[in-house]
Design a protein around this ligand. Structure first.
Ligand SMILES: [Zn+2]
Ligand SMILES: [Zn+2]
Length: 298
């Protein structure tokens, strides 16, 4: 069994919400919008196609041909703007299964990816992409089976709707929950269900509680949550490792350092998502060694 076939890893390529935010004050955490790659027993799963997908695509050019499953939470710009710049999608011989829920207006993920590449917004239509693209509708609440990987799904609380995903493989579980807003007096049942006993929970922590409830400019109803709510979910769901994710574009590196210190004080196994962060999940593949969650930069 090769090293890659018994590993379950999570790598962050874009961690910023809403709009890319490059600049001298965001270099340590990164300015690209959402994209997370999971390598699951030799299979590649990608979550969201924000501008981080462009960077991931450049790294994949050294590994052609590529097969991957790409899951979209929803089609707000920050989650799909990298797709037209995903170079492996234009290369014949690559193979991508693409998943997304049907939007409230009835459009499929294929239609929405197609629409963002039409004139006058983009010069090259989706049909020019030469990789084999197979599109799949996600029905939130229903699981998706990819060989021995089970991907569970649930609806999130977000304007225009979004889907949360839980990846289960060989006793390990990684959960991807963005974009979502918490409820006032109780934890979201869908979020708790997806997060149950997870090894890794990646959670929409766009705001702090202070920003969310700010009397002069509250963020209530904007469709996002806080790192304090992330900690509540992680504790209630018995999560092992929490990742604070979908950073507000206005939060610079120093601000995020401060959030990280506060989060760790409340939940010791909390990490701030940053570009390049890789987390490993221990799995019980036969003959493989069990190893603790570790973090390192490439
Ligand atoms: Zn977003
Ligand atoms: Zn959104």
């Amino acid at each position: 069994m090769s090293r890659i076939e018994n590993q379950f890893t999570v790598q962050f390529w874009g961690v910023r919400g809403s709009i890319p935010s490059p600049g001298p004050h965001t270099v340590r955490y990164g300015g690209n919008t959402p994209c997370v790659e999971m390598q699951v027993g030799g299979r590649r799963l990608i979550f969201d196609g924000g501008t981080g997908l462009h960077v991931l695509g450049q790294s994949l050019l050294r590994q052609m041909p590529i097969e991957a499953h790409i899951f979209f939470t929803h089609s707000h710009w920050d989650h799909m703007q990298g797709f037209p710049f995903f170079v492996p999608g234009f290369v014949k011989g690559n193979n991508f299964d693409i998943y997304g829920a049907i939007a409230p207006d009835g459009s499929t993920i294929e239609q929405r990816l197609n629409d963002q590449m039409l004139h006058p917004n983009f010069p090259v239509p989706l049909q020019i992409m030469q990789a084999n693209l197979d599109f799949h509708d996600v029905h939130p609440g229903q699981a998706i089976q990819i060989d021995d990987i089970t991907v569970e799904t649930a609806s999130l609380n977000h304007p225009g709707e979004a889907v949360g995903y839980r990846v289960n493989w060989c006793g390990g579980a990684a959960v991807y929950i963005t974009d979502t807003e918490h409820f006032p007096n109780k934890l979201d049942e869908n979020v708790l269900w997806l997060s149950r006993n997870a090894d890794i929970l990646i959670y929409d922590s766009t705001y702090t509680d202070e920003e969310y409830y700010c009397s002069t400019s509250p963020k209530i109803g904007w469709g996002h949550s806080t790192w304090q709510e992330a900690v509540k979910v992680a504790k209630a769901a018995n999560v092992k490792t929490l990742v604070i994710y979908h950073h507000d574009p206005a939060h610079d590196d120093d601000f995020l350092d401060c959030v990280g210190k506060q989060a760790v004080a409340k939940f010791p196994e909390a990490f701030m998502a940053r570009e390049g962060l890789i987390l490993s999940i221990p799995v019980s593949v036969s003959l493989s060694e069990s190893f603790p969650i570790s973090k390192f930069s490439p």
